[in-house]
Design a protein around this ligand. Structure first.
Ligand SMILES: Cc1ncc(COP(=O)(O)O)c(C=O)c1O
Length: 453
């Protein structure tokens, strides 16, 4: 468990119903000076965070089940990460890896080769998951000399123009930003809950990959596909856990046609599912693995790690960026990886606890269409009617609002925006997780009773 300040809080504490006056004032400054294009999910202004706790400027303390969108996998500000970043600040903050080598990048690259799936030994480091996806696609195109890309309608791969071309969710990601990259095919992910024919998971996986096979063999595309990009568990899409057959079948398809399999582990990777990489759950080795979020330990990070034959395809100078592989970030990341490794054994117990409680909630509420997840990434998907599965966006928002009043930071997710997702630290103390789950159940009751908003 991350060591916490002895003066730190022991649980959530609400002293001013959120948003309190200081948070309200911050929100009005946001309205005035920050573009409307950036939406802030919660009406609170945060001043401090440690381990699983976050405090707002009105003095409220929350249990953070969002982790800054899946970043704080070992809690906020793990001591070793902060110590390493501070020490690095005193030595070298920036020279650019395109100018000279320096230790922290090389150490992190070596560490990534060590922890990555077998054969993925070469890396480049960037400043965000979005940028890392761009680079993964560049190496795949350079290696295959092919143009087309395949991803999934319910996927999320980031915010750049290429990245939004790789996602199917029109609003808010794509609307108004076209034209997008044309050479992209969007396929259906293997999501048993929303399979129109309600087939068994293994059959859904098989059917989806057969569809993909047909898709990539249509006239303009056949023989011209560079890469398939897939999240091993879809995060923004609503914690969609594919059937175990899906990734091995994708791997087979890629091998058959010489397509690069890009594994987007930005959200699901780095310990989140109970393994270092989520794709390990599916016994599949990708060609390229994209990392981000948690690896930076709270600092901005994106990484691409892959097989040398793919990673070395671009010409010298073809990849790079002024800040990619920043020394402070890499020094922090080395410690973050250690902390994640240390915390991994505890995730089984945490997973069992969350699964049990969410299943109980789902049994008691017919508007929970499905409770699903793996490790420490979970979602409750809300529907108006369990038979029609019509998404219930309002209920998800009402649970989020009620949660805040109860001292929980909850994020929404889902292709239809109708999920509450849980991304607690994997080292959260079990009694605190139990408290948070009690508060979640209470928030759901409040929301259903119309007291959430
Ligand atoms: C699976 C996945 N890929 C890529 C990204 C983009 O990462 P970033 O927001 O760091 O650019 C995200 C962000 O949520 C993500 O979940």
């Amino acid at each position: 468990m991350t060591k916490r300040n002895s003066k730190g809080p022991r649980g959530p504490k609400i002293v001013a119903i959120p948003p309190g006056p200081k948070s309200k004032a911050a929100l009005s400054r946001k309205e005035k000076f920050i573009t409307n294009g950036v939406r802030v999910a919660l009406p609170i202004d945060v001043t401090w965070a440690e381990g699983p706790f976050v405090r707002d400027s009105d003095g409220n303390v929350y249990v953070d089940l969002g982790g800054g969108i899946g970043v704080q996998t070992v809690g906020h500000r793990p001591r070793s990460v902060i110590r390493a970043a501070k020490a690095q600040l005193d030595r070298l903050t920036h020279i650019s890896f395109m100018v000279a080598t320096y230790g922290p990048v090389l150490d992190l690259a070596e560490r990534m080769a060590d922890i990555a799936p077998p054969g993925l030994t070469k890396s480049i480091f960037l400043n965000s998951g979005s940028e890392a996806i761009e680079n993964a696609v560049k190496v795949a195109r350079a290696a295959t000399k092919k143009a087309w890309l395949v991803s999934f309608k319910t996927a999320f791969h980031g915010r750049t123009l290429l990245d939004i071309s790789l996602t199917g969710k029109e609003k808010p990601y794509r609307e108004g930003f076209g034209p997008l990259v044309r050479e992209v095919l969007l396929a259906d992910y293997a999501d048993p809950y929303r399979d129109p024919q309600g087939r068994a998971p293994a059959d859904v996986a098989k059917a989806r990959v057969e569809e993909l096979d047909r898709l990539i063999n249509q006239p303009e595309v056949a023989g011209r596909v560079a890469a398939i990009l897939a999240e091993p568990v879809q995060g923004e899409g609503g914690m969609i856990v594919p059937p175990k057959e899906f990734f091995p079948l994708l791997r087979r398809l890629c091998d058959q046609y010489g397509i690069v399999l890009i594994d987007d582990e930005v959200q699901a990777g780095a310990g989140r599912t109970g393994k270092m990489w989520a794709i390990e759950n599916w016994s599949t080795v990708p060609d390229v693995l994209v990392s981000g979020k948690a690896i930076g330990g709270g600092l901005p990070f994106g990484g691409v790690t892959g097989k040398p034959a793919v990673m070395d395809a671009p010409g010298p100078g073809g990849l790079g960026g002024t800040f990619g592989g920043n020394p402070v970030v890499c020094a922090a990341a080395l410690e973050a990886v250690d902390e994640i490794e240390k915390a991994l054994p505890g995730t089984k117990r945490l997973e069992a606890r969350i699964r049990k409680r969410l299943d109980e909630m789902a049994e008691g509420h017919e508007r929970i269409g499905e409770a699903r997840g793996i490790g420490a990434m979970w979602a409750l998907e809300f529907v108006k009617d369990p038979r029609t599965k019509e998404p219930d966006v309002d209920l998800a928002l009402a649970v989020q609002t009620a949660g805040l009043k109860n001292g929980l930071i909850l994020l929404t997710a889902g292709f239809y925006n109708n999920c509450i997702r849980l991304l607690p630290p994997i080292n959260i103390p079990i009694p605190l997780m139990d408290t948070a789950l009690d508060l979640l159940a209470d928030s759901l009751d409040m929301a259903v009773a119309g007291k959430g908003r």
